[in-house]
Design a protein around this ligand. Structure first.
Ligand SMILES: [Zn+2]
Length: 320
C-alpha cells in the first residue's frame, strides 16, 4: 500500500513536471503566421483557419495581381510568415523573388501545383489570341508569357476550390499539428458548402448556356468549362495590354456574326473602350469581377465572388 502510494505520488510529480514544461509553451504558442496572395485564396484559407487565427491578405481591394507590386509591409509579412499560399508564378509574378529569397524559412504553397486541381492551358487562337504580341522592347516581368502557359485563374471552379481546401488543410496540419482537428473539421464543412454552391450555380446557369458573350480579359475559362457557358472571345489576352485597332475591329466583327449578347468589362481595368467595341451592335454591357474587388475579405468572400459572377452573367444574358 505504502509502495503504491509512493508510486502514485511519483506519477503525480512527473505529471506536474510535464505540465510545467508544456504550459508555458501552450500559453505562448501563437497561431501560425499565414499569408495569402489574393482575396479568393485568402477566403479559403480563412475558412480553414476559423477559430484558430486569421491569414493576412497581400493584394487587397481591387489591385490586379497581374501587375501588382509589393509594399514594404507585405515584404515584411512574407519574410516573417510560416507559410504563404498563392496561385503560382503565372499569376503573382511579384511573389517569385520574395519567396525565393525566404525559401529557407518560409513555406511556399503554389496552389496551381496542388494535387487534384484541374489546370487548363491558356486559350490560344481565334478570339483568345491577341495579334500584337511583340514584347521585344518590353522588359517588364511578363508572367503570362514567361511560364509554360498554364491558365492561372483556377479558383473560379468550386471543384478546384475543394481540392485547394484539402491542400490547405494538409499544409496547416503539418505546420500546426496542435490544431489539426480544427483544420480538418473546418475543411470538411467548407467542402460541403462548396459542393452546394457548385450545384446551385449549375442549376442557375443552365438556361444561359447557349448565349454567346465576350469578356474583357481571359480569366473565366474554369468557370465557363464547369458550367458549359458560351464565351466566344476576350478583348485582351493579358489585362495589362491595350488592344490594337485591328483587334477591336475583329471583336466588333465577332459581335455581329455570332450574335453576341453581352460584352463584359472588369472593375480592375475600367476600359472606356467597351462602348467602342459594342458600337451600335445592340449588345449589352455588364461587369464581371474575377477577384472580388468590392467584397470584404473573409471566409464568405469566395462564395459571394462566385454567386456575384453567376448573377452578373444571368442578368446580362438572361431574358429573351
Ligand atoms: Zn487574370
Amino acid at each position: 500500500m505504502r509502495l503504491r502510494w509512493a508510486s502514485w505520488t511519483c506519477v503525480r510529480q512527473a505529471g506536474l513536471v510535464v505540465w510545467l514544461l508544456l504550459a508555458p509553451w501552450a500559453a505562448f504558442s501563437a497561431e501560425p503566421r499565414v499569408v495569402a496572395s489574393i482575396k479568393p485564396i485568402h477566403a479559403l484559407v480563412a475558412g480553414v483557419m476559423q477559430g484558430v487565427g486569421a491569414p493576412r491578405l497581400l493584394a487587397p481591394g481591387g489591385a490586379s495581381p497581374h501587375d501588382y507590386s509589393l509594399r514594404p509591409s507585405d515584404a515584411r509579412a512574407i519574410a516573417e510568415a510560416d507559410v504563404v499560399f498563392w496561385v503560382g508564378p503565372e499569376l503573382e509574378g511579384f511573389l517569385v523573388k520574395p519567396l525565393d529569397n525566404a525559401k529557407d524559412k518560409v513555406r511556399s504553397v503554389a496552389l496551381l501545383d496542388a494535387p487534384e486541381v484541374t489546370v487548363w492551358p491558356l486559350r490560344q487562337g481565334g478570339a483568345w489570341e491577341t495579334h500584337d504580341h511583340g514584347h521585344a522592347a518590353d522588359d517588364h516581368d511578363h508572367a503570362h508569357d514567361r511560364q509554360a502557359g498554364r491558365d492561372p485563374h483556377l479558383w473560379l471552379d468550386p471543384v478546384n476550390a475543394a481540392a485547394m481546401v484539402r491542400r490547405i488543410v494538409a499544409v496547416l496540419s503539418e505546420i500546426d499539428p496542435l490544431h489539426r482537428a480544427d483544420y480538418q473539421h473546418n475543411g470538411a464543412m467548407l467542402i460541403e458548402r462548396l459542393d452546394r454552391l457548385n450545384q446551385q450555380l449549375a442549376a442557375g446557369l443552365a438556361s444561359i448556356q447557349t448565349r454567346p458573350y465576350i469578356v474583357f480579359h481571359d480569366a473565366y475559362q474554369y468557370f465557363e468549362r464547369r458550367y458549359g457557358l458560351d464565351a466566344v472571345g476576350s478583348i485582351v489576352l493579358h489585362p495589362e495590354q491595350r488592344p490594337s485597332a485591328r483587334r477591336v475591329a475583329e471583336i466588333q466583327d465577332r459581335i455581329g456574326t455570332l450574335g453576341v449578347r453581352c460584352v463584359f468589362s472588369e472593375p480592375q481595368f475600367q476600359p472606356a473602350l467597351i462602348a467602342t467595341v459594342i458600337g451600335d451592335s445592340g449588345a449589352r454591357q455588364g461587369v464581371l469581377d474575377p477577384l472580388g474587388a468590392e467584397l470584404s475579405a473573409g471566409p464568405d468572400a469566395y462564395f459571394l465572388l462566385l454567386s456575384t459572377l453567376s448573377d452578373a452573367l444571368r442578368n446580362c444574358l438572361g431574358g429573351s
